[in-house]
Write a protein that binds this ligand. Structure first.
Ligand SMILES: Cc1cc2nc3c(=O)[nH]c(=O)nc-3n(C[C@H](O)[C@H](O)[C@H](O)COP(=O)(O)OP(=O)(O)OC[C@H]3O[C@@H](n4cnc5c(N)ncnc54)[C@H](O)[C@@H]3O)c2cc1C
Length: 392
């Protein structure tokens, strides 16, 4: 492989991050994205602690991300009367720096588009490995051979199911569903957020960059979702059914949801995979270790891209060795961070009254001044538990 040609499936966060590292070292990278344009939807995503910061700095993104930060302050648990029962510090919910997922996606695209070939509106349909490389068939483009293929195509990775099979068995469902969207700022929030919960259902609303907009996250108990069920209409129906009769200002938010367009709807689940790679194909980001929400998916995608690129560049022509080292370095860290996805549903929507009572009191206590340091550790310790390899 003199100038290896890599196919990356998925122009989310992981794919363009990897493309950035490889292309600047002379590798040819083609990114194929199923959507017809960059998918810039989603809520805010955050970075916390020195590991995340080091990766952003090494990519020269720290300043640009700061310029785009949300500046969100505290978020409060409120009761049915709107009274604050606990105030969560910005570090817990927004890390050291937070920005809209779409802004990050756009930024990564802009920083790579001149060196990387992007193909939108296409998807791999067939992957056939030979001694020379991987023959890839596409929905629209003619078949082509690549030296390596990277599946960075998200939680429901197409590459993963083609290479590892039985995709449903790879997702562990945690018993909750989530709908995220932009709404009119009916609560009049300014740089803050509120969370209202009842047993099995909860809604989190935060201010957005534009004063007249807010970001909402509806979390509620529910079964896993099939691919046909994740449409905006099904999401609106599901929220409407799940929040019938809910208190506080929930009815107003559910009503506002009817006009929302950028709906993100999924079941909260985590990927369980025995290996990240198979032959010349490797998985990255949500495709390998995703958890719908609460698993630090975005910073993990970028740390993962850094490590995968570092190992590939350090082991030229030895992809098996590079993939093995990538997985052995990253898996413990990724698995630990992914653990957040199994608790996040219960955080926003505790299943029982007792659970709700306990949550409010626990966070009320943890956020008091004497426990400030311990709490800070608690909300950053998964993210900081990794020694970033130095590939210079
Ligand atoms: C529209 C959208 C909104 C999101 N909103 C949030 C959010 O609000 N909060 C949150 O925590 N996380 C959100 N996520 C997930 C978050 O982006 C990831 O957890 C994290 O950034 C890891 O990124 P990733 O690149 O691995 O996966 P993703 O960001 O999910 O990117 C995967 C990309 O692969 C593409 N793709 C899928 N199938 C194929 C295929 N067959 N062929 C080619 N391309 C394919 C997708 O269209 C997508 O662009 C969202 C993801 C998307 C796509």
């Amino acid at each position: 492989m003199i100038r290896p040609h890599v196919l990356v499936a998925g122009a989310g966060i992981a794919g363009p991050s990897l493309a950035w590292w490889l292309s600047r070292r002379g590798w040819r990278v083609t990114v194929v994205e199923r959507a017809r344009a960059l998918r810039t939807g989603g809520q805010a995503v955050d970075f916390r602690g020195p590991v995340h910061r080091a990766v952003l700095e090494r990519m020269g993104l720290w300043e640009a991300i700061h310029e785009r930060r949300t500046r969100l302050g505290t978020q409060a648990f409120v009761d049915a009367t709107g009274r604050t029962v606990a105030e969560l510090p910005a570090l817990m919910m927004s890390g050291d720096v937070e920005l809209q997922r779409g802004d990050l996606c756009q930024l990564l695209f802009e920083r790579t588009r001149d060196q990387v070939e992007y193909r939108f509106g296409d998807s791999p349909t067939d992957l056939h490995e030979t001694s020379e490389g991987v023959e890839v068939g596409f929905e629209h483009h003619a078949s082509q051979r690549f030296d390596l293929v990277v599946g960075a195509d998200g939680l429901r990775s197409n590459v993963r199911s083609r290479v590892f099979g039985d995709d449903d068995g790879r997702l562990k469902h945690h018993g909750f569903r989530v709908v995220g969207c932009t709404l009119p700022n009916v609560l009049g929030l300014r740089q803050r957020g509120v969370i209202y919960s009842e047993p099995g259902r909860g809604v989190c609303v935060t201010s957005a960059r534009a004063d007249d907009e807010a970001r909402a996250l509806f979390v509620f108990t529910g079964a896993p979702l099939g691919p046909q069920e994740r449409s905006p209409d099904v999401a609106r129906e599901a929220v409407s059914a799940a929040f019938t009769g809910a208190g506080w200002r929930t009815a107003q938010l559910v009503e506002a949801l009817r006009g929302a367009e950028d709906l993100y709807f999924d079941a909260i689940s985590s990927v369980r995979l025995p290996r990240y790679s198979h032959g010349r194909v490797v998985l990255l980001g949500d495709a390998a270790w995703g958890g719908t929400l609460g698993g630090q998916g975005t910073p993990m995608a970028m740390v993962g891209a850094y490590v995968l690129a570092g190992e590939l560049l350090a082991n030229p022509g030895a992809h098996a060795q590079a993939f093995a080292r990538f997985e052995s370095r990253l898996r413990p860290y990724a698995t630990k961070c992914q653990g957040g996805a199994s608790h996040v549903g219960g955080f926003f929507a505790p299943r029982t009254r007792a659970g709700l009572f306990l949550r409010n009191h626990l966070y009320g206590l943890l956020t008091t001044k004497p426990l400030e340091r311990a709490f800070e550790k608690l909300v950053t310790h998964a993210a900081t538990g990794f020694v970033l390899p130095d590939y210079t």
